[in-house]
Write a protein that binds this ligand. Sequence first.
Ligand SMILES: NC(=O)C1=CN([C@@H]2O[C@H](COP(=O)(O)OP(=O)(O)OC[C@H]3O[C@@H](n4cnc5c(N)ncnc54)[C@H](O)[C@@H]3O)[C@@H](O)[C@H]2O)C=CC1
Ligand SMILES: O=C([O-])CC(=O)C(=O)O
Length: 339
Amino acid sequence: MSAHVSNSAEPKVVCVTGAAGQIAYSLLFNIARGDIYGPNQRVILHLLDIAPMMEALQGVVMELQDCSLPLLAGVEATSDPKVAFNNADAAILVGAMPRKEGMERKDLLRANAKIFKEQGDALNTVAKPSVKILVVGNPANTNALITLLHATSLPKENFSALTRLDHNRAIAQVALRVGVSVEKVRNVIIWGNHSSTQYPDVNHGEVEVGGQRKKIKDVIADEAWLHGDFIKTVQSRGGAIIKARKLSSAMSAAKAIVDHMHDWIQGTPEGEFVSMGVHSTGVYGIPAGLIYSFPVTCKNGTYTIVEGLPIDVFSRTKMTETADELVSEREDANQILSA
Ligand SMILES: NC(=O)C1=CN([C@@H]2O[C@H](COP(=O)(O)OP(=O)(O)OC[C@H]3O[C@@H](n4cnc5c(N)ncnc54)[C@H](O)[C@@H]3O)[C@@H](O)[C@H]2O)C=CC1
Ligand SMILES: O=C([O-])CC(=O)C(=O)O
């Protein structure tokens, strides 16, 4: 860690909800050592959890102090969303009930929708107008939509849902199959919902083999695998991890959160895109208003959906299927919240 941290820039306030939980335990250290904002930017962490978790959260605060990190300019632990989101530059909404073995994300809506309504209201009142919001708690896309709809004074472009874990899983599966390291694979896409209907798509992706960039499709040259086991493995990876660990993904989720926020704030490399769940404007024929995962590039703290990619018939079917699920989740959420 740099011993030459500039003290002149105002520290960035990063709020993490679900801060006493397992994802946060893998995440907070990485934020506090500069993995999102870089090695010259101090951060203040605002940690939100529910009242019964305050003692456990104090333990996390003590550990953060004991890490002795020069970039960490302060830590505030609270059970009040208005304190947690106050003046936030970034809000990472992890806090929610996680899926257990056998549960689908839809089962979670009932348990979690109200959390995001309340937190949308609080963000609207006390966060910075430029706050960047990432929803991780499942069902992440629809929770992000609920948050957006309750934070009416914030721009829709401030909201996102985490599909970077799926994106990273897709890259890892391609790299394993081709026998290269992950940094040789780029421009895979996750379309749609962070759920088992998501569509991991390699049609526009490239892999570097023998010093040359080639189409993933051409290098793998096995459409049955790309349309079959590859998609299924990525779609069902979360469930496979729950089955094995009896707990949902945490280390890989924390890594994906850092990747998502880092790229959104610091930008994506030239020629590369990543996947983010963002507000649909109707591009690619996806219903406007959904939080849908698209390929995006990021520059100067702003994401732009990559438009104009050719979509084949197989992809169109898959993209519509996952959009349909999000439309139905939106209806369920409206019902739950109006009951
Ligand atoms: N989008 C994605 O790629 C992924 C999403 N997830 C989701 O992330 C969420 C968190 O997962 P874990 O950290 O493993 O769960 P966890 O159960 O270990 O931690 C969740 C924490 O949230 C807290 N919490 C509950 N209600 C809250 C509220 N209203 N305000 C603030 N905090 C609250 C709980 O007290 C707990 O400390 C789950 O919904 C899980 O399904 C998990 C992996 C990947
Ligand atoms: O599947 C789950 O419930 C946890 C999760 O979101 C993931 O690992 O992708």
